[in-house]
Design a protein around this ligand. Structure first.
Ligand SMILES: O=C1C[C@@](O)(C(=O)O)C[C@@H](O)[C@@H]1O
Length: 257
């Protein structure tokens, strides 16, 4: 029997949470030229969504440049959905920032009017996170709330509780990445995904990182993760495989009944 799926979330022309898992490709360029130059090869690979990792962008602290680059990226992407993510250094990102600067950058990205979705890390000040959720929703921007544990894999109940708390705080989609140290850890992540997708009202995105966790990036259809990050060129996290290799595996694992 096909597993039960949660509510669908629309992001531009994408329906997340229904049908097969969608494919996201990160852009990790440091300059506007690098960022825009990555687009033709990405478009040729036909991902469902592009993630702009603004923590890699040299001018991320300059609001005007951030918005202009975002708008140019939006224009060249055509109709591909765009997710903007600032990953803080505590969660595996590229740049250390004060809390205030993190929230300012997220607000600047939203005010730029170019993004279809925003990644918001769950483990920051509650009032500030909820204020950004409200701002995003006013602008019809999808909130993907996230948490990354680059050291280990929390217990199943802890992972589910973290995902549930994201939904409580207004996330449209709840995302959790863990670092497995054993095959048992990968099973824990998959079991937590299965439980969360059956019990939460919103879709979830999960992954176990590194080589041990690769299987979790392939198996979203079965366990209930609605988006898998894959590469065209540079990876943004350990264990990502190329879009070219991922797509036929997702096709193969499609549930037809
Ligand atoms: O949250 C995620 C997931 C990710 O960490 C991964 O493991 O594929 C890659 C990040 O770019 C993205 O923001």
């Amino acid at each position: 029997m096909r597993p039960m799926r949660n509510k669908m979330v629309k992001c531009r022309n994408l329906k997340l949470g229904v049908g097969r898992p969608k494919i996201a490709v990160p852009i990790t360029g440091h300059t506007m030229a690098d960022i825009l130059a990555a687009v033709p090869a990405i478009k040729a690979a036909q991902p469902d969504l592009v993630e702009w990792r603004i923590d890699f962008y040299d001018a991320v602290m300059d609001p005007v440049k951030l918005q202009q680059t975002g708008q140019q990226l939006r224009a060249v992407l055509g109709d591909i959905a765009l997710l903007t993510t600032f990953r803080t250094s505590g969660e595996g990102g590229n740049l250390a920032l004060t809390e205030a600067a993190y929230f300012d950058i997220c607000a600047t990205a939203l005010a730029g009017g170019y993004t279809d979705a925003l990644d918001l890390e769950r483990y920051h000040d509650e009032t500030a996170v909820k204020r950004l959720v409200a701002q995003a929703h006013q602008q019809n921007v999808v909130v993907i709330m996230s948490n990354h544990d680059f050291e280990q894999t929390p217990a199943q109940s802890d992972i589910v509780q973290r995902l549930a708390s994201m939904v409580d705080w207004g996330a449209d989609i709840a995302k959790m990445a863990v670092m497995p140290q054993s095959a048992a850890d990968v099973l824990t992540l998959l079991a937590a995904t299965n439980e969360a997708q059956q019990t939460l009202t919103q879709p979830v995105i999960t992954m176990a990182m590194g080589d041990l966790g690769k299987v979790s990036r392939l198996a979203g259809e079965v366990f209930g993760s609605c988006l898998s990050f894959a590469t065209v060129g540079a990876a943004s996290a350990p264990g990502q495989i190329s879009v070219e290799r991922l797509r036929p595996i997702l096709d193969e694992l499609t549930l037809n009944n």
